[in-house]
Design a protein around this ligand. Structure first.
Ligand code: COA
Ligand code: AMP
Length: 635
């Protein structure tokens, strides 16, 4: 069957389609059916099945006689280490870790926060939680202690698993001191912390609270897999919303297993045994789905890469990894390719490596700009597949399903909706619009398996953020259009979320931090275009009357404050002091208008603007920091 037939089959008979996909999973008790309407805010999948994620990702491959296959390769140019772990070894390591967690009281339903860099132990910690039915929540290492504390207070973990340190080019990231600082700020305290000591920096262990990764495994019984209900939360992953409070996206166990396994063959064209590499981080959804779970569930070899596209040691690192490990499909964010292209514009370094194993490059996480896509196609000589998804969905909403049928690529489009996804473009009133008309992108309910059933501790927020605006639909927060041939184009966010180097960030969260500076009366943060990172945050600060000291000094303090409160990943380095912010007569800050000025784009001030003269002041302030950039691309 081709794409059209598969899509139509899933639409005509979702029950039959997903029950068949569920056959590829090992169940302790098979579900009686696929979709359950239930009392929750949205229908749920495979609710009455019993299953264990770790069994499906690890043990079943050992049981099937594939224990000697490499499950995971840690390739770490920042430490000079390459380490391969077979499915057999992975099973033993995970069972032992799970046994030690269980011995200290971790049970099904308990939350465990994982705060680790790109080491295999991060994946093992996730799998050990899954083995016990504990709900993990991985926190990205680029966040500051405060962000970690916010997640600790929301998830209320029994245990936190962290590494002593991470390694960024040129500096050591002090994970353990950051964890200690977070626990000083958080109201909730875990019962214990497990610390994985790395040789690059050994951390102090707090007596009575912290145990060492290896030490606490001494003498424990390895744990077997604990069956859980189909809708048991597999994990919580916090992501940026409109405000400073992150949204805890809940991932349901069974739908996650079924859907991710299905994507490995149908979207990515992988067969068990193939090497699949997603160069992302375990702290993001791409890392959850395509470094950890999907490749392992499907019996592939996955790569845990601890390095950067450039500088570790050069712009040929990606090609070296693909060659060394015979990678068949590679997945990364466009920003990584822009970084490589900037260092090696002609792609000369590609010629030094035998990349004959590579069949497809997949891009996601942000808009794939046509320049980057064409460059990647030219230097690698393989199809470049853009695909669109979100933390909330856990896998692609739209893609070019190379395992079913490679459709013609249209550069600038993540191609077509995947089976199970009824993607529609709506006008403000919630009515579907015709082809080539811009609108809000929404998914007709029910969402397919594996997608979020709610937000952790925040069902009302879930309804408000995703369901209320367009009844009967899930609102994606993205705007775009569908062309005559059913190809989707993602153009912008409809909320205050920005995308910086493939990282999803909230301008609202940055504004909350800036507003806390004693000299700031009012502020606004927008996303401006950036050639490397796609977007960068930029702050406009109105200082209190009577602030007589150097405004530049206040701006520098504000930049430092965002780094300290949110973390280096916010990449907040651009800010200016202004006298006033442009607003509508009703007091709404005109962020989009400011964005157009900063990007050097044509714009028409809204008719409701209070005082158009302020726009001149904004333009002057921006000129002072070199905006708009001379080379800013036109929209
Ligand atoms: N732990 C601690 N700090 C981190 C971190 C981590 N895991 N990841 C990033 N940071 C820090 C960086 O060191 C940097 O700090 P600095 O301000 O002191 O330089 C800051 O956060 C910003 O990081 P980033 O935006 O990643 O910029 P960069 O200049 O370090 O690297 C790229 C630029 C393009 C090479 C890099 O962003 C990249 O590889 N992007 C791929 C994106 C990706 O994988 N996205 C996941 C979704 S698919
Ligand atoms: P995250 O939840 O961090 O994965 O970010 C999801 C958001 O990133 C989406 O809502 C989009 O705004 C953006 N995004 C992800 N993939 C793409 C893509 N292929 N094209 C355009 N935008 C994308």
């Amino acid at each position: 069957m081709g794409y059209k037939e598969v899509y139509a089959a899933a639409k005509a008979d979702p029950e039959g389609f997903w029950m068949q996909a569920a056959e590829a999973i090992d169940w302790v008790e098979k579900p009686s059916r696929a979709l359950f309407e239930g009392d929750g805010p949205v229908p749920e999948w495979f609710v009455d099945g019993k299953v264990n994620t770790c069994w499906n990702a690890v043990d079943r491959h050992v049981a099937a006689g594939r224990g000697a296959q490499v499950a995971l390769i840690h390739d770490s140019p920042v430490t000079g280490v390459t380490h391969k772990i077979t499915y057999d070894e992975l099973r033993n390591r995970v069972a032992s870790l799970a046994g030690a967690l269980r011995a200290k009281g971790v049970e099904k339903g308990d939350r465990v926060i994982i705060y680790m860099p790109m080491v295999p132990e991060a994946i093992e910690a996730m799998l050990a939680c899954a083995r016990l039915g504990a709900i993990h929540s991985v926190v990205f290492g680029g966040f500051a202690a405060h962000e970690l504390a916010v997640r600790v207070d929301d998830a209320r973990p029994k245990c936190i698993i962290a590494a002593s340190c991470g390694i960024e080019p040129g500096r050591v990231v002090h994970y353990k001191p950051l964890l200690d600082a977070a626990l000083e700020q958080s109201r909730h305290q875990p019962e214990f912390c497990v610390i994985f000591q790395r040789e690059q920096e050994v951390a102090h262990l707090e007596d009575g609270r912290d145990v060492s990764w290896y030490g606490f495994q001494y003498g424990v019984e390895p744990a077997e897999c604990v069956p859980v209900e189909g809708n048991h939360p597999a994990y919580i992953l916090y992501t940026s919303g409109t405000t400073g409070a992150p949204k805890g996206v809940v991932r349901p166990t069974a739908g996650h297993l079924v859907a991710l396994n299905w994507t490995m063959k149908n979207v990515y064209g992988m067969d068990p045994g193939d090497v699949f590499w997603a160069a992302s981080d375990v702290g993001w959804v791409v890392g959850h789905s395509y470094i950890c779970y999907a490749p392992l569930i499907h019996g592939n070899t996955t790569i845990v890469f601890e390095g950067k596209p450039v500088g570790t040691p050069d712009a040929g690192t990606f090609w070296r990894v693909i060659r060394d490990h015979r990678v068949r499909a590679f997945f990364t964010a466009p920003t990584a390719f822009r970084a490589i292209k900037r260092e090696d514009p002609k792609g000369e370094l590609v010629k030094d490596y035998d990349l004959s194993s590579l069949e497809t490059l997949f891009l996601a996480g942000e808009r794939a700009d046509p320049d980057t896509v064409r460059w990647a196609e030219r230097v690698l000589g393989v199809p470049v597949i853009d695909h669109w998804w979100q933390t909330e969905t856990g896998y692609a909403i739209a893609a070019n399903p190379v395992g079913i049928e490679m459709l013609p690529v249209k550069v600038g489009s993540p191609s077509v909706p995947m089976p199970g996804w009824d993607v529609q473009v709506l006008d403000e009133g919630g009515h579907p619009v015709g082809p080539n008309t811009l609108g809000a992108i929404a998914i007709k309910l029910p969402l397919p398996p594996g997608t979020l059933p709610t937000l952790w501790n925040a069902e009302e927020r879930f309804r408000k953020s995703y369901l209320d605006h367009f009844p009967g639909y899930y609102e994606t927060g993205d705007a775009g259009y569908i062309d005559d041939e059913g190809y989707l184009y993602i153009m912008a966010r409809t909320d205050d979320v920005i995308n910086v180097a493939g990282h999803r960030l909230s301008t609202g969260a940055m504004e909350e931090v800036l507003a806390n500076h004693p000299d700031v009366a009012e502020c606004a943060v927008i996303g401006v275009e950036d050639e490397l990172k796609g977007q960068l945050p930029m702050g406009f600060l109105c200082l209190n009357a009577g602030v007589t000291r150097d405004h530049g000094e206040v701006v520098r303090e504000c930049v430092a404050l965002v780094r300290e409160q949110i973390g280096p990943v916010a990449a907040f380095k651009l800010a200016v002091a202004v006298d006033r912010l442009p607003k509508t007569r009703s007091g709404k800050i005109l962020r989009r208008t400011m964005q157009s000025i900063a990007n050097g784009q044509e714009f028409k001030p809204p008719a409701t603007i209070d005082d158009p003269a302020i726009l001149e002041e904004i333009a002057t302030a921006l000129a002072g920091i070199g905006y708009p950039r001379a080379s800013a691309p036109a929209e």
